[in-house]
Ligand binder design. Structure first.
Ligand code: FE2
Length: 247
């Protein structure tokens, strides 16, 4: 335990030292030190590699978009989340889900970058390659649940695509489970339905990034075309897994 505490202290001091050199004014550093060093320390969040090759989702989502989206945008959220947690006072952090449950206790930078990290990690896992040029339709429990909730797969896809297409500016479309019911919604920026500040709450089982950085290189301003293409690479096996866990 003592070793752990020493480690925490050293890590915190190291973080503060590094930040002092690069990012933090003298006043800010003084304020941070006044908070107590251990409260500042957090285990760094890290970016996992994509679960497939950058070009795996071609021709629907292009390699260059995936490279930039994962290596630059997602990495940026992870880097900035760590910075935000190291420079602000906040409750102890054990997971992103814990942060989201108590969102108002954290800085806006934690909300934006923590959401960015969670949303993108989920998004990568919800896609898979499709080289077969045949309809990529759900099966199993999620297919039944979609039919029961929306009447048909086509009606579900229409409502979900609308949620993404009509989200003004940047944001996400979601299929979530709340009280065993499926619900379609959308959120602005990097918010998600696990956040205590979200109007619509629920456990996400399908997520679609409708930020321009997700499609602009290949589809320019045609967000609807990107969404139409994206259905081809949805990983319905993963959606089924998440549905089973959420119920
Ligand atoms: Fe994104």
């Amino acid at each position: 335990m003592t070793e752990r505490r020493d480690f925490l202290k050293k890590s915190a001091l190291f973080s503060i030292g590094s930040l002092a050199a690069n990012l933090v004014s003298a006043e800010k550093l003084q304020a941070i030190e006044a908070l107590g060093k251990e409260e500042l320390f957090t285990e760094d969040f890290t970016l996992a590699p994509l679960p497939y090759a950058y070009d795996a989702l071609e021709p629907f989502i292009d390699k260059q978009t995936m490279e930039l989206h994962h290596d630059k945008h997602h990495q940026g959220y992870v880097t900035n989340l760590n910075k935000a947690l190291q420079t602000t006072k906040h409750p102890a952090v054990t997971s992103l889900e814990d942060i989201f449950k108590n969102m108002t206790a954290f800085d806006t930078a934690v909300r934006n970058n923590g959401g960015g990290h969670y949303n993108h990690t989920l998004f990568w896992s919800l896609m898979k390659e499709n080289k077969e040029a045949k309809p990529n339709n759900p099966d199993g429990k999620v297919a039944d649940a979609i039919n029961a909730s929306f009447g048909s797969l086509d009606e579900f896809k229409k409502q979900f695509a609308d949620a993404g297409a009509k989200r003004f500016g940047s944001g996400w479309a979601w299929l979530v489970v709340e009280n065993k019911k499926l619900k379609i919604t959308s959120t602005p920026n990097q918010d998600n339905t696990l956040m205590s500040i979200s109007e619509v709450k629920g456990t996400p089982i399908l997520a679609l990034d409708v930020w321009e950085h997700a499609y602009y290189l290949k589809y320019q301003n045609k967000r609807a075309d990107y969404i139409t293409a994206w259905w081809n690479v949805v990983n319905w096996t993963k959606v089924n897994e998440l549905l089973a866990k959420a119920e």
